[in-house]
Design a protein around this ligand. Structure first.
Ligand code: SF4
Ligand code: SF4
Length: 349
């Protein structure tokens, strides 16, 4: 179970990782709500979604995060790319609704934001996607902090308040050390660190570390809430260097689970099974041999490796259709929680 062929950050014993199968996401936002309820129901966190689910193609959250820079100039990781801090409008305003008046006191008015007509918000372009009828397309992409192997947020912090912890590579902000300079917000190309204007600190996804450590009320180990609550159970959680686990097999062996925007060079530890859609239709409704989701778009998201990944998935699926056996297809369909969440494999080290 050693990690001799897996890239893990220096000084980190094991690396937690997550694989999300985009073919199973229905955009229900249950994961977003699970995370909100657990971590961001405090003052100053109202605009934060540590877990968000965005429609692709689309502007995402915060708006146009992919054009805001950050990350590294090259795979040498010796020079950071300059990034910018999104504006509050890019995250969206906090909309206030008169739930009390309308739902409880029976006021006769529409349930709509009280603080003016909003012009932007998370999921503003939900389900819009791209393409022309009948060949339009979209898919959902859940996003959390990637707990990168080369986190540019960590490098950006002059106070070393944000760090990658030794035991499992989770990236955390030390709330005592943080002075709210926001270099981390600028440095993260995925815009997954948030500034809390009330506490004047930065905050981010903590990979539910108390849950994976078994610190909950029942002393049991639990996967992160977003994974646990996911309606379609599309998330696998474990360690990248657990060579008997599905994450290692999907990422390293079959190479079908891919990091988002590998060109940012932070080496994410959240991986995605790329989406597959039915082929396009002609005007009269016949299937034509043209892919609905253009490969060029998937290459933009996942790099050229997506071509091999999709070819492998296609090949293995065809094998099963012919009556054969495919370990890859079995892993992708496995509903056994003991395989889906392998978090206690290194406890005896
Ligand atoms: S996704 Fe961003 S915040 Fe998370 S570890 Fe990577 S660089 Fe840091
Ligand atoms: S709970 Fe699961 S299916 Fe629903 S939006 Fe989140 S990742 Fe997608």
């Amino acid at each position: 179970m050693a990690h001799d062929d897996v890239e893990i950050a220096d000084g980190v014993d094991h690396q937690v990782a997550m694989v999300m199968d985009l073919n199973k996401c229905i955009g229900c936002q249950t994961c977003t709500v699970a995370c909100e309820t657990l971590w961001t129901e405090r003052e100053g966190t109202e605009y934060m979604y540590w877990n968000n689910v965005e429609t692709r193609p689309g502007s995402g959250y915060p708006r146009d995060w992919e054009s805001k820079g950050g990350g590294w100039e090259s795979a040498e990781h010796n020079e950071r790319s300059v990034g910018e801090i999104p504006s509050q409008q890019d995250y969206g305003e906090n909309w206030e609704f008169d739930h009390e008046g309308i739902l409880k006191e029976g006021e006769d008015k529409a349930l709509k934001p009280e603080n003016g007509d909003p012009e932007w918000g998370p999921n503003w372009d939900e389900d819009q996607g791209a393409g022309e009828h009948p060949n339009n397309y979209y898919f959902y992409m859940p996003r959390i902090c990637n707990h990168c192997t080369h986190p540019s947020c960590v490098e950006a912090c002059p106070r070393k308040a944000i760090y990658k912890r030794e035991e499992d590579g989770v990236v955390l902000v030390d709330q005592e050390r943080c002075r709210g300079y926001r270099y981390c917000v600028e440095g993260c190309p995925y815009k997954k660190v948030y500034y809390n204007a009330v506490t004047k600190n930065s905050e981010k996804c903590v990979f539910c570390y108390p849950r994976i450590e078994g610190e909950g009320p029942d002393d049991e180990v639990h996967p992160p809430a977003c994974a646990d609550q996911c309606t379609t159970q599309l998330r696998l959680v474990g360690y990248l260097d657990d060579q008997d686990g599905p994450i290692y097999k999907l990422v390293e062996q079959y190479e079908v689970a891919l990091p988002l925007h590998p060109e940012y060079q932070t080496t994410p530890n959240v991986y995605y099974i790329p989406p597959v859609a039915p082929p396009q239709h002609s005007e009269d409704g016949e299937s034509v041999d043209v892919e609905r989701i253009p490969r060029s778009y998937l290459e933009e998201l996942f790099g050229e490796q997506v071509n091999d990944a999709l070819d492998t998935i296609e090949r293995e699926r065809a094998k099963v259709e012919r009556g054969g056996h495919s370990e890859l297809m079995e892993i992708l369909q496995d509903k056994n929680p003991a395989q889906q969440y392998r978090l206690e494999v290194f406890d005896d080290d």
